[in-house]
Design a protein around this ligand. Structure first.
Ligand SMILES: Cc1ncc(C[n+]2csc(CCOP(=O)(O)OP(=O)(O)O)c2C)c(N)n1
Ligand SMILES: [Mg+2]
Length: 331
């Protein structure tokens, strides 16, 4: 892993702030009904992404996750304007406005979605890693999932095969405490999710998911293991989401105090503290970054607002079609 330097801290600060403000903007335009459908925001969990990106080789590694998926592709290099346009349903979006919030995808940037079926992406992550091993490529796949996904059969089938075939994959559970409104303790006898790896003799462990330094270090070990032929790892990132599950969530399952407790260990504040402590930047310099971030978010909004909706005939370009199929006669 590259050393964690002053530049890393400043990059983490700017990136995480951008992701946070980008999603705050999404929440605001959602209320204005400019973005519709589901909208699952990542606020609070940013360190899990920032640390992972530091440990990855962004020229060859892959990532996929569930539906809380707006900022990961941005971290992988996708133009945030295109992500925002996708959420607006505009033709300039990552999937020409046909995917929407839960389905951001960019093969070019090795970001493989964006999956709405809980646990559905776990076998796909194993499959991507299988392909890399089969074709003797030294890429590593990071396969993310929520705490609600780990009781799905697909996880257990994937873990077994990933170990059997020693696939170059890192399975990452982002344990944010809840699956919709259901706490981990209400559905699991053992609340140490990372221990699921033990049953498959897969290297595994818990990680402080609010601290990008810890995430980067643990992720780096796992990625190196995978890249050097040592097989999969399962990491449980202990994290927290500040906002509701999606936009319509009255949040009766938790107290405001609980949310406030987690905000005390907010990843952006933690990084900011180090920057000021070590004099990597002054308060004024950080304010400049804040301004720049705000400007970039506004540019994304403007781009999405000014883009067109897809033409109606685009509907037919993305459905399965064959010459002798009798039921679709559109062209
Ligand atoms: C197979 C399946 N079952 C149920 C649902 C409905 N559902 C959508 S999100 C969700 C909770 C998942 O929570 P978690 O995995 O912890 O992810 P988080 O939202 O916390 O990021 C459920 C049950 C679904 N999408 N897919
Ligand atoms: Mg969860």
């Amino acid at each position: 892993m590259e050393k964690i330097t002053k530049e890393t801290y400043l990059k983490w600060y700017e990136d995480m702030l951008f992701w946070r403000k980008f999603e705050d903007k999404l929440a605001a335009v959602y209320i204005q009904q400019k973005v519709r459908g589901f909208l699952h925001l990542y606020n609070g969990q940013e360190a899990v992404l920032a640390g992972a990106l530091h440990a990855m080789d962004l020229t060859k590694d892959r990532m996929l996750t569930a539906y809380r998926n707006h900022v990961q592709p941005i971290g992988m290099g996708v133009d945030p304007k295109k992500v925002m346009a996708e959420l607006y349903g505009k033709v300039t979006g990552t999937s020409k406005g046909m995917g929407g919030s839960m389905h951001i995808f960019s093969k070019e940037h090795r970001f493989y979605g964006g999956h709405g079926i809980v646990g559905g992406q776990i076998p796909l992550g194993a499959g991507l890693a299988f392909a890399d091993k089969y074709f003797k490529r030294d890429s590593v796949t990071l396969c993310y999932m929520g705490d609600g996904a780990v009781r799905q059969g697909s996880l257990h089938e994937s873990f077994n095969l990933a170990m059997l075939w020693q696939l170059p994959v890192v399975f990452v559970c982002e344990n944010n405490g809840y699956a919709m409104g259901t706490s981990v303790a209400r559905t699991s006898h053992s609340t140490d999710i990372w221990k699921l790896g033990l049953g498959y003799e897969m290297p595994c462990g818990p990680v402080d998911g609010m601290d990008p330094v810890t995430v980067a270090k643990e992720m780096s070990k796992a990625i190196e293991r995978a890249r050097s032929g040592g097989g999969p790892t399962f990491l449980e990132m202990k994290t927290y989401r500040y906002r509701g599950h999606s936009m319509s969530d009255a949040q009766h399952y938790r107290t405001k105090d609980e949310v406030e407790e987690y905000k005390k260990i907010d990843p952006i504040s933690q990084v900011k503290e180090v920057i000021l402590d070590k004099k990597y930047a002054t308060v004024e310099e950080l304010k400049e970054i804040d301004k720049e971030v705000k400007k970039r978010v506004s540019e994304c909004e403007k781009f999405a607002e000014e883009s067109d909706y897809p033409p109606v005939n685009q509907l037919y370009d993305v459905v399965y079609d064959q010459e002798d199929y009798p039921f679709v006669q559109h062209k």
